[in-house]
Design a protein around this ligand. Structure first.
Ligand code: PEP
Ligand code: MG
Length: 624
């Protein structure tokens, strides 16, 4: 399930309630409840959580009755169409997940889900709802509710001796109407009300915007059925330091609100209703984790330099300003990737130049003279934002959102967004060193077009008397598509620096969605295709003596540091909590060893062999 949001359709809303209700109904009393139940997921954020499960799907959805003016009719019909498409998608996903249920339950549920999907086709329910929007000027959710009740009443009034059958059919109509209504309404975190402190949030799915609203001081952990290791939700949870696992298939069907659970974010496990032994193990892991943290904290003031004296810049990625204290404690020298999406999340309108300036000022001042690389808005794909969905960009940008109007493409189409962002960043430049980063670039001409706008904004500000540094802040490019990587030499001529975004680079190279649990076994930044692209782009930058960093999740994995340094990378940007471990690794390495190791890795064509080499690397052992 996921957290519900208000007013407009959510791109990936809740889908658990029905499966859960149906699975519950089919479950033999006492068959699973009460028994210890371990479930494996994808480890995304380290740490141990022990606490009661808080499952957010149990809140009923109530839509207030609403009518709309005549000029809203088309918009309401469009909302209904979007909620219908979304509901179909959710049901399709539910069907793929049936395999985790007992066979008997699968046999019952599969036809039910098919019936629901049929009702989302050219059904009487939808035809009737559309008609009510047009003729009675009703809001989509009111029209759906009224039509469903009218159909249910007709079914129940039929002359038929099979009363339970009639009731079941009427129930199915109401059920699908409830799903549509939920998708039409959705309220941010309405269903988190009443969550006890120290609880583990269990959800079918969590969007990045939902994750951004979690309070790490109140929540012990997060576990979901959906999601992948390098999706934005995972990144957000890591940033907040909340122990978390995603992609734990079957979890929400098995968990009950109030169940005790032990979650291990590094191992990727959650044990529901743990027995004494599992509980004891969990408590020991909490103590060990705290001890390890204290040990790593001692590295904060030590330099990130290899044994042969090569300095490596270790910077932090920042998702939300709440991370600033964590960054201060991490020993990061600057911010290598400030994702500005947080400014656009969970709000109805767009942040203007002043609001952006205030946010950037807070970050730049907190960094006390260390450099801050601000990436302009990377909307699109999984990072849906309400404020942008309304009017600026469509909720679902085409059949293939990851390949659609996202990142710089959207900004060049809506230059007023880019202008406001450039202006705010330029104005903050006098408070500390900043750089600007362009996301989702595939073509040198896009960089040129962005630079034209950048220089125009700078001229306008200067005309208005704003003091700007003589040399404008550097304008860099994310290398995160195979196209950009393979054209890196051409793009380098237009850019001041590169930041390699390995999360998207792996996704686009391997055609594997980084946030999709079903294909997470294929998502592999160590695939030779990804590494070769990284090598090509890095060499293009180094030939021009242009700075190049890695700011994808790879950068925060200490095991991958020897390879990245061996490829020539000297700047790594990662979630703040990963910095101490990465620093520990850097301080144990010799650059010559790293270069030899990287050559060996790059000779391999089998990803499994690359993993073996990476896992087997021990600092110092490669010398000779
Ligand atoms: C990346 O794609 O590697 C990256 C750093 O950007 P994001 O994760 O925000 O898409
Ligand atoms: Mg990216």
């Amino acid at each position: 399930m996921k957290i519900e949001k208000a007013e407009r359709p959510d791109p990936k809303p809740e889908s658990k309630a029905e499966t859960k209700a149906a699975a519950e109904a089919l479950r033999k009393p006492g068959s699973r409840k009460g028994r210890e139940h371990p479930i494996r997921g994808i480890p995304v954020s380290p740490g141990i959580a022990i606490g009661p499960v808080f499952d957010t799907t149990e809140e009923p959805t109530e839509a207030p009755r609403r009518s709309v003016p005549a000029d809203r009719v088309e918009a309401e019909k469009q909302r209904l169409a979007e909620a219908t498409a979304l509901s179909r998608k959710q049901l399709g996903k539910l069907k793929t997940r049936l395999s985790v249920l007992p066979e008997e339950a699968q046999e019952e549920l599969a036809p039910l889900l098919d019936a629901y999907v049929m009702m989302l086709g050219n059904s009487r329910l939808l035809r009737g709802a559309r008609k009510r929007i047009e003729s009675e000027l009703l809001a989509a959710e009111t029209a759906v509710g009224d039509e469903a009740e009218a159909i249910a009443a007709l079914i129940l009034a039929a002359r038929d001796d099979d009363k339970p059958g009639l009731q079941r059919r009427a129930g199915e109509v109401r059920e699908i109407a409830r799903r549509l209504t939920r998708n039409l309404m959705a309220t941010p975190f309405r269903s988190l009300k009443g969550m006890p402190e120290g609880a583990i949030l269990v959800a079918e799915e969590l969007t990045p915007a939902d994750a951004a609203l979690l309070d790490p001081t109140r929540i012990a952990g997060v576990a979901t059925d959906e999601g992948g290791a390098d999706g934005h939700t995972a990144i957000m949870l890591r940033a907040l330091g909340i122990p978390a696992i995603l992609g734990a298939s079957g979890l929400s069907e098995s968990a009950e609100r109030g169940d005790l659970a032990v979650l291990d974010g590094a191992a990727g496990t959650i044990v529901l209703r743990p027995g004494d032994k599992a509980l004891e193990k969990g408590r020991a892991a909490v103590a060990a984790f705290a001890k390890e943290r204290a040990k790593l904290a001692k590295l904060r003031r030590l330099p990130a330099v290899t044994t042969d004296g090569e300095p490596v810049e270790l910077q932090a990625n920042l998702e939300i300003p709440a991370e600033l204290p964590l960054i201060a404690l991490s020993g990061a020298i600057g911010i290598g990737l400030l994702r500005t999406e947080f400014l656009f999340m969970n709000r109805e309108d767009l942040p203007d130049e002043e609001a952006q300036l205030a946010a950037y000022t807070q970050v730049v001042e907190a960094m006390g003279g260390d450099p801050v690389t601000i990436r302009v808005l990377d909307w699109g794909g999984e990072k849906d934002m309400q404020a942008l969905s309304e009017g600026v960009a469509p909720t679902h940008s085409g059949p293939n959102p990851a390949l659609g109007l996202r990142g710089l493409r959207l900004l060049l189409k809506r230059p007023e967004l880019l202008e406001a962002q450039f202006a705010a960043i330029l104005r903050v430049a006098e408070r500390g060193p900043v750089r600007i980063l362009l996301p989702m670039v595939t073509n040198p001409s896009e960089v040129k077009a962005a630079r034209d706008i950048y220089e125009r904004v700078a001229r306008r500000l200067r005309r208005k008397g704003t003091h700007l540094p003589e040399k404008l802040p550097d304008l860099g490019v994310m290398i995160e598509t195979p196209g950009a990587a393979l054209a890196a030499d051409a793009i380098a001529l237009e850019a001041d620096f590169f930041a390699i975004g390995t999360n998207d680079l792996a996704m686009y190279t391997l055609a594997v969605d980084r946030a999709e649990a079903e294909v997470s076994h294929l998502y592999d930044p160590l695939h030779p295709a990804v590494l070769r692209l990284m090598q090509f782009a890095t060499e293009a930058a180094l030939r021009l003596r242009m700075p190049v960093s890695v700011c994808g999740e790879m950068a925060g994995n200490p095991k991958l540091v020897p390879l990245l340094l061996g490829l020539g990378i000297r700047c790594l940007s990662m979630n703040a909590s990963a910095i101490p471990r990465v620093k520990q690794m850097v301080r144990a390495l010799d650059i010559g060893d790293c270069a030899r190791f990287a050559r060996r890795v790059m000779e391999q064509s089998d990803p499994a062999r690359i993993h073996e080499l990476v896992q087997g690397f021990a600092p110092g052992a490669d010398r000779g």
